[in-house]
Every structure is written in structure tokens, then in C-alpha cells.
Design a protein around this ligand. Structure first.
Ligand SMILES: Nc1ncnc2c1ncn2[C@@H]1O[C@H](COP(=O)(O)OP(=O)(O)OP(=O)(O)O)[C@@H](O)[C@H]1O
Length: 288
């Protein structure tokens, strides 16, 4: 929905303002604001139960926020995501996501998984008619383009040789990258990844990092990810937002966040009144 919402500054893709999500008496996300900039990888981190997945679910339309505004820049003007249904967020706002658990079609080949992702443009090209699917009009052309795009992505994730293998037969790390490629076949402006590095071995983790960097650098797609693996966060993120008990406690460059006493305290489970002590300990460490 486009309305009289002011346009975002050109460098911003998404602005989250005062997002609050309550489940009955529980406030899972409490007055959280942050920006996602174009051409960047933004990481959302925080201890278990901090509210990260809930923020994702609000951005991708799985939940309707209790309070807050989520403005996404689109070619047609600013879109207010909180007013869109989840299918509109994927189709109209062009936001794609992956989940903590892999959701590929295991019985379909790697190539077929990437073609299914392009179902919407193919159906549009068919004009939603049998004649269209049989090759009249632009369907054949659109089908060739879809296969071409799928091949490009299979090359990019190093799986072109396994194009015809069922997705379920691929190693776990390959399935993760295939899932990301599937999301990328929809040409999203924002790619939301929920713990993409979970369960990966060190080699697979490096391959994932390279893929995410290539998406940031080569595609017109900003990446927002939830991640527990700090080495991944520190290695590839341009911007880190930290939540704790539903509130934002830090926001900035990876180095800034890593040295933020509030973040260290949250991860170590330190009480609020001890934060100052942690702060002074860090200062001593830094000077020694
Ligand atoms: N649908 C729901 N109904 C009730 N409570 C919920 C619901 N979804 C999340 N919560 C609660 O909201 C809080 C935040 O959960 P959330 O899953 O967003 O945290 P998280 O930071 O993603 O945690 P984790 O790292 O463990 O995945 C938790 O206390 C959780 O139990």
C-alpha cells in the first residue's frame, strides 16, 4: 500500500520504527527501531528469546505488529509492510525469506526447485491459459529465461553438476545455498535469512559467507540475517543490531557492537547494575 508516507533517504531500503509485538501478556519485541541500508548485510543478533524471529515475522508479514511502522522503499514509492498480507510482501514488496529449518522440495531436483520459485512470472507469461502454457505468446520465452536464471544460480552456488539430483540428496550446506538461490530467483530487494549458518561445518560456512558477500556485491539485494554464529556475523556484516529481552541494546558497525559493554553483558548474562563493571574491565583490557 502506497500512501503519503514520506520517502526514505535514498541509501535506505527498510526503516523499522518503534516496532512492538505482544503475545497476550508477553512483549516479545519492545519499541525497536533500526534501518537496513541498500548494498549492505545487516545482522540481527541477541541471546535466545531476544525477539529476533518475531522481528523477522513482522517484516515478512507472518505477524501483524501490535505497534510500529515498517517502511520499505520500492520503485512505486514507500510501502508500509505492516499493512500488507504475507503474499503481498513477497510478490509486491519483493521481500524473500528462508527459515531456520530448510524448506526445499526434497523430491524435486535442484533445478526444479529453482524453477518452482519462478512460478509467478511463468504463470503471468502464460496469460493463465492452456494455450499460453502450450507455447502461444511469451510463455516459451519466459520458460527459457527461467531455466537460464536457474542455471546461473546453480553455477553461482557450485551445484551445476548436481542440477538433476533430488534436493534431499544434497549435503546440508549445499541445501542451504540452494535455498538461498531459490529465494534469489525471485529477484528480491531484501533477502531475510533466519540462521543461515546453523549446522554448517567450517567449509560450508566459508562457502555461505562467499555467497552472501557475492549477493551483496553483485545483486541489487540487501541482506538481513539472524545469526548466532559470531564469526559469521563479524566476518560478513556491515551493520549489526542487537536485541535483548525484546529491546534494542546496540546498533552499529560489527567492531562497535562487539566492544559494546551492554552487548557483552547480555551475552554473559550479566545484570544491568553490573554493566558498568564490565565496561571498566573492557577499558582496562583495551589499555593493557
Ligand atoms: N507466537 C508466539 N506466541 C507466544 N509467544 C511467542 C510467539 N512467538 C515468539 N514468542 C515469544 O517471544 C519471545 C521472543 O521469541 P523469538 O522467537 O522472537 O526470539 P529469538 O530471539 O528469535 O530466539 P531464538 O534465538 O531462540 O530463536 C520468546 O519469549 C518467545 O517464547
Amino acid at each position: 500500500m502506497i500512501d503519503d508516507t514520506p520517502a526514505l533517504p535514498p541509501e535506505l531500503l527498510l526503516r523499522v520504527e518503534r516496532l512492538t509485538m505482544r503475545f497476550g501478556g508477553l512483549t516479545a519485541v519492545n519499541d525497536v527501531s533500526f534501518d537496513v541500508r541498500r548494498g549492505e548485510i545487516t545482522a540481527l543478533i541477541g541471546p535466545n528469546g531476544a525477539g529476533k524471529t518475531t522481528v523477522f515475522n513482522c517484516i515478512t508479514g507472518f505477524y501483524k505488529p501490535t505497534v510500529g511502522r515498517l517502511t520499505l522503499a520500492s520503485k512505486e514509492g514507500p510501502l508500509l509492510l505492516e499493512r500488507l498480507r504475507d503474499h503481498q510482501i513477497s510478490r509486491k514488496a519483493n521481500v524473500a525469506r528462508t527459515f531456520q529449518n530448510i524448506r526445499l522440495f526434497g523430491g524435486m531436483t535442484a533445478l526444479e526447485n529453482l524453477l518452482v520459485a519462478q512460478h509467478a512470472p511463468l504463470m503471468k507469461a502464460s496469460g493463465l491459459t492452456v494455450l499460453g502454457v502450450l507455447g502461444i505468446g511469451g510463455f516459451n520465452k519466459a520458460e527459457r529465461a527461467a531455466i537460464e536464471k536457474a542455471k546461473v544460480w546453480l553455477e553461482r552456488i557450485g551445484l551445476i553438476d548436481r542440477a538433476d539430483d533430488p534436493a534431499a540428496d544434497l549435503p546440508y550446506g549445499d541445501q542451504r545455498r540452494l535455498e538461498i538461490a531459490r529465494a534469489m530467483c525471485t529477484e528480491p530487494v531484501l533477502l531475510c535469512l533466519d540462521e543461515p549458518a546453523a549446522g554448517l561445518n567450517p567449509r560450508e560456512s566459508l562457502e555461505l559467507n562467499a555467497l552472501l558477500r557475492s549477493i551483496r556485491d553483485q545483486d541489487d539485494t540487501a541482506v538481513l540475517l539472524i545469526e548466532h554464529d559470531m564469526s559469521v556475523v563479524m566476518e560478513i556484516s556491515d551493520h549489526v543490531v542487537v536485541l535483548d529481552y525484546g529491546k534494542k541494546i546496540s546498533d552499529g558497525a560489527p567492531l562497535h557492537v562487539r566492544n559494546d559493554p551492554k552487548v557483552i553483558a547480555a551475552y554473559l548474562g550479566v545484570e544491568d547494575e553490573e554493566v558498568e563493571k564490565v565496561e571498566s574491565e573492557i577499558a582496562v583490557e583495551a589499555t593493557s
